[in-house]
Each structure stands twice: as structure tokens, then as C-alpha cells.
Design a protein around this ligand. Sequence first.
Ligand code: NIG
Ligand code: FE
Length: 420
Amino acid sequence: MQIDVLLEHIGTLYTLEGEKRPRSKEALKAKGVRDGVVAVFDGQIIYGGAYPLPEEIQASENTQRVDCTDKVVTPGLIDAHTHLVHGGSREKELAMKIAGADYLEIYNAGLGIYSTQKATREADFQSLYDKARKSLDVMLAHGTTTVEAKSGYGIWDFQTEIKQMQVAHQLNANHPVDVVSTFMGAHAMPAKYKENPDEFIRILTEEMMPFVKEERLAEFVDVFCEEGVFDIEQSRRILTAAKELGFGLKIHADEIVSLGGAQLAAKLPTLSAEHLIAASDKGIQDMAKAGVIACLLPGTSFNLGKGKYAKARQMVEQGVSIALCTDYNPGSCPTENLQLIMTFAALYYRLLPEEILTAVTYNAACAIGRQEKIGSLEKGKEADLILWDAPNLDYIPYHFGVNHVERVWKKGKEVWRKAE
Ligand code: NIG
Ligand code: FE
């Protein structure tokens, strides 16, 4: 068998080989192999492990050899929760935050999500596309090779929702980073339906969701289950309808107020529950039992500035599988940089680098239903790879706020390289 690309003499290789289901407890710890080698052919991994290569695999003069001495190689990072496509930015909220206003106060004042809704509605397709493409470039430069993208800034304006999802589709077709689309029409309660939320839920479930399904605009449906947004009963109705239509399910649960979103996620069950900053002990237990993946977003906790973080350590000890994501959006977490999130997870969640790595690769692949294709460097998987300019894994979250990626391959093709 031939080889297109051969990464050899790898200081430490993390293949993420292991249990074929979302990982927790001891299984969450990725294992490193010294003197590793990865062979790629036709966009796929044909070998990833300790030196030497199996006999049937041989390099030729056409093989591109990459010397990875004293460096780290991992799968491409997967960001399983973002609000990638949106118009405008919200730096004006910073002064309000500094003066002490919190997220829900800003939202209730008609700013927050509502102001991004206006900017997204006013932006045309091309400007939304160009802005999101720039963000994808930043993500790729920081090692992200697959990203989930939620709509949700159109809300009652379905044309804007459709525009956001079409931008995500076009980026998926044109950009090296794969984009997985989620419909989040239930992201804020539209002012004009505040007195009649049932009517909005009817439109969402009977008109918008069937259309999104029919046009294949999204794979998943997500709901912002939060005090003053969608309550437990409303979220249950929206997600039950989504399940009947054949969508995968996600829920923004217990982000700010402990409403019982984690319990609802376990009951339905959803594939993942996101945020969970205020999840109760019972909610965590229920999620462990039901196998709901916790998509944790420490960058959001950091940026909300209240010092409140999800109980990630407790979740792992109790058997919840966790993924770590940016939540990239213009309000609660304006960063595309998943490496920074890895640092926050170490410092504020007290997760180990080898746990964090699984949470941004294999478990994140599970959270978007892609674990058969990506998330580990095993034979037959897509060759999404990062060569890190770092002497060991710990160095990446430790030396924070800068980019440690040296080269990135997507489906076997080199798509990013650090300037010399
Ligand atoms: O995940 N919580 C709801 N949605 C986003 C924030 C969106 C925004 O503020 O624009 C989040 O934090
Ligand atoms: Fe979010």
C-alpha cells in the first residue's frame, strides 16, 4: 500500500484510539505514544501508532515525509457548539458589563441577542458569508477542522434563519473546515409573541421545522431553555416535535438559572446538553444514566464574568461524557480559539490535558454524530491532523493565549501552515 503523507519520528502521538462510545471517567484520558508515525493515503488514515509501519505499508519517492521530532500530533480539533454565522458585534455591551449589568439584564433591555438579530437580518448573504469565512479561517489556524454552526439570529424572521443556514451550507462546500448545521429558531422569545408563546411554538414546530427538514438545511435542532426564554414545558414540546421529524436533538440547558434543563435532556433524551453552569446534582446524575453528552463552554463562563463554572470534574467522576467547545458568538463568547478554551478547562474545571484532548476530539465528534469518520487517527478515518509546535501535550493549555499549531491537514490535504 502506498503513502501520500507520512508524519514520522513524532515526539508524542495521540491517536485517540479507545472506547467506541462517548468517553468519561478513566476512558476520558487520551494516551500518548512515543516515537509515533501516521500514514495517510487518499485522504484517510492507513496507520497511526508506534514506529515502525506495518510491512504492507511502504513509503515511496512520491511520499511527502514530515519530520515531527520533539513535537506533538493529534486529530484535528472539533468545535461542537458555535453560533458561527451572524451579523455585527457587541463590544458596546462591554461597558455595561463593566458597570455590573449581567447577561439576562442586557437581554431583557432589548439588547444582547436582539441586537444581533437586527444586525443579522440587515446583513445580506455575501456579508454574512464573508464574516463567517473569516471566523472559520481563524478557527482553522487554531486547529479546528470541523465546526457545528447554529442559526438563531432570525428568530421570528424565518428568512433570516434560512439565510444563516444557507451560509453555513455554502461554507461547508467551499471552506476546508467542515460545517455541521443546527436549526436554533428557539433562541429568544420574539417580542411580538411574548403574550402568545404557543403561537410561536406552533409556527416553529409546524411550519419552520418541517421546511428545514425538507430542504435539508440542518441536522440538529437546539433550544435555549432558560428563565424568560423557553421554559421546560415549551422546550420539551419543541424538541419532541423535532425528534418526530427526525432531527438530532440539542439543548442549551441550565446556563444561568437552574431550571431543570439537564433532567429534561436526560428524559428525552437529547444527544447533548450545552452549558450546564447551573445544572443540579440530580440533573448530572440523570445525564450520566441517559448517556447525554455535556457540551461545556468555559469561555462563556469566563466572559460572563461571574466566576460561575459548570461542575465538570463532578460530571466526569459521575460518568458524564463531556465535550469542550467555544460557543463562539458575538455576545456571551466572542472567541473562535479552542486552544484558549482548553486552558480555561484546565484552570477552571481542573481537567487534565489528556482529558481535555478527548473532549475536543473524540467526544466532540460524538456530540455531532461524526465519530465514525473523525475524532481519532484510526485506520479508515478521515485524515484530519494537527502538528503542534509544542514539546508535549501539557504545554498547549499551559502556555496560553498564543497559537501552538504548526501545520493542519484536512482529509489528507495540508490546509494551513504557520508562517516561517
Ligand atoms: O450559547 N445562550 C444562548 N445563546 C448564546 C448566546 C447568544 C448571544 O448572546 O448572542 C450562548 O451563550
Ligand atoms: Fe450557545
